[in-house]
Design a protein around this ligand. Structure first.
Ligand SMILES: Nc1nc2c(ncn2[C@@H]2O[C@H](COP(=O)(O)OP(=O)(O)O)[C@@H](O)[C@H]2O)c(=O)[nH]1
Ligand SMILES: *[C@@H]1O[C@H](CO)[C@@H](O)[C@H](O)[C@H]1NC(C)=O
Ligand SMILES: *[C@@H]1O[C@H](CO)[C@@H](O)[C@H](O)[C@H]1NC(C)=O
Ligand SMILES: *[C@@H]1O[C@H](CO)[C@@H](O)[C@H](O)[C@H]1NC(C)=O
Ligand SMILES: [Mg+2]
Length: 454
């Protein structure tokens, strides 16, 4: 089924990843970062932030989540799992839903999806904490709510114990394929044996529409309150491991998936009014660590010295690979389906012109990020005079998450952004450039020849 070369490179990928990760995993397992202050000073801890997680938990991670929750506080969580950007969107929605229900969000780690694993590998191998990517103290302050990470609550690995939990099932209601919860490694990773209660069908934004998976924030929020919850209870499905039937937990409210959410329209996060973006998403700033890493990669790409300012540039994101499944009928060959580099070049030219006119900024540099591996295609990028980041050693040096993390930061730092229509990587990059830099954005259409003609 696979060629020898593919197998060898897969084995190599897994081997490299496991070596890189076991160190990281150890640091994480022993909670060295959390314990660090114990070693560095013995006096009373520095003044604790009012929103610090320790105020909203009983203490250090416990073997089950339940024993670490405060009896008087209410919590909310979800287990979505898709590509990384999909999971970022699900987290934005989780935090916004927590805000409107006055609950404390418990944020799961990011687990690698098929894109990062390349279809081979083990999902539990390289979890990435939300706070390794996003500046959590900044986000807590900006949103005004406490935000807790799962690994602060429940011990992982061999220490954590399997426990049962009652949750609402959203996916079978909104997804026309029916069946179980949205597939996810998360319950397995968190050692949760979940008994699901099917949510009422009025959670859908478009009731009866089989082609739309969106549910609304306030319909799910209403299930966080006893009157609506109790009026909509139906017999739960027994949990898969221990065959226990539980009604949805009121202390730790949970939903299987929160990726498709809106207040009034499908794909709402793209809209300027999106409350999830305005109240949460825009405040998810990068940690200084990955921001600095991205700046180093940019300096190297532009061949400028440490400490020198990065010149204004247009960031480009080209998404290929599995998008081949979304071509228009009859145009399923990559050359017919995906937008050619010419289409990107036209958008870039228009944007450079617009920037010069409106702001006087001369963004002559262009940085291309992509999931494309084809060297001939990248040669075409080089011929346009555009640059790429050197990721030849990124995974080995920093871990499997870092190519996409660094690319996402670089996309967000552009004076303007040109992306690929229908990619959430592009969509989030565009939102960041708009919100943080007041920069222009454009999405190149694709799916058939000439799709982006305008
Ligand atoms: N390094 C890198 N990876 C990418 C890029 N674009 C896509 N990917 C990978 O492909 C995945 C795309 O999945 P997802 O996050 O669901 O976004 P979407 O499928 O584009 O909507 C990302 O999470 C990355 O793993 C890119 O520009 N650079
Ligand atoms: C916290 O947020 C407020 C505005 O809500 C801002 O004025 C203040 O500077 C922020 N503090 C920090 C440390 O970010
Ligand atoms: C699960 O439990 C129910 C009742 O509690 C029982 O009828 C059923 O046989 C059990 N199923 C399995 C697979 O053990
Ligand atoms: C690589 O890209 C070039 C230029 O876009 C294309 O002509 C070629 O068919 C691609 N090769 C593969 C193996 O996809
Ligand atoms: Mg995806």
């Amino acid at each position: 089924m696979f060629t020898r070369a593919q197998l060898v490179s897969a084995i190599r990928l897994v081997a490299v990843a496991s070596v890189a990760c076991s160190g990281l995993f150890l640091v994480w397992q022993l909670e060295i970062p959390q314990n660090f202050h114990l070693w560095t000073h013995n006096g009373p801890p520095a003044e604790l932030d009012a929103l610090d997680s320790s105020r909203f938990l009983r203490g250090r991670p416990t073997v089950t989540v339940k024993e670490n929750l405060l009896p008087d506080a209410k919590y909310l969580t979800s287990f979505g799992s898709g590509g990384w950007s999909n999971d970022v969107i699900a987290d934005i929605n989780l935090i916004y839903l927590a805000m409107i229900t006055e609950r404390i969000p418990l944020i799961p780690v990011f687990l690698p999806s098929h894109h990062l694993l390349n279809s081979y590998g083990y999902a539990g191998e390289d979890p990435l904490r939300f706070s390794e990517v996003f500046d959590l103290p900044y986000l807590r302050n900006a949103t005004g709510i406490p935000i807790v990470e799962w690994d602060q609550v429940k011990a992982n690995g061999l220490v954590g114990e399997r426990e049962t939990l009652g949750c609402w099932h959203v996916w079978p209601v909104t997804e026309n394929e029916g069946g179980g919860p949205r597939p996810s490694f998360m319950p397995w990773y968190l050692k949760l044996d979940i008994s699901y209660t099917t949510a009422p069908d009025w959670i859908k934004l478009k009731p009866g529409n089989e082609n739309d998976r969106t549910s609304t924030f306030w319909s799910l929020a209403s299930l966080a309150f006893p009157t609506t919850r109790n009026a909509n209870l139906v017999p739960p499905y027994p949990s898969p491991k221990t065959n226990v039937s539980l009604q949805p937990d009121e202390h730790l409210l949970c939903f299987d998936d929160l990726y498709y959410m809106a207040v009034r329209e499908t794909d709402e996060l793209e809209q300027d009014y999106s409350p999830a973006w305005r109240f949460v998403g825009q405040h998810m700033r990068w940690t200084p660590y990955i921001q600095n890493l991205a700046t180093d990669y940019l300096r190297k790409a532009f061949d400028i010295h440490d400490g020198e300012d990065v010149p204004p540039y247009i960031a480009v994101h080209v998404r290929h690979n599995d998008f081949i499944h979304w071509c228009e009928e009859g145009f399923e060959e990559p050359e017919q389906c995906f937008a050619p580099l010419d289409a990107f070049a036209r958008r870039v030219g228009e944007m450079q012109h617009e920037l010069r006119l409106k702001t006087g900024v001369d963004a002559q540099y262009v940085v291309v990020t992509s999931d494309e591996k084809n060297a001939t295609w990248w040669e075409g990028v080089r011929e346009l005079g555009w640059v790429r980041l050197d990721h030849s050693a990124t995974k080995e040096r920093l871990g499997m998450w870092f190519p996409i993390l660094i690319d996402a930061v670089v996309q967000s730092m552009g004076a303007g952004f040109v992306g690929t229509a229908r990619s959430t990587v592009s969509m989030l990059a565009g939102k960041r450039v708009q919100s943080w830099r007041d920069g222009p954005t454009a999405m190149v259409k694709w799916g058939k020849p000439g799709a982006d003609d305008h």
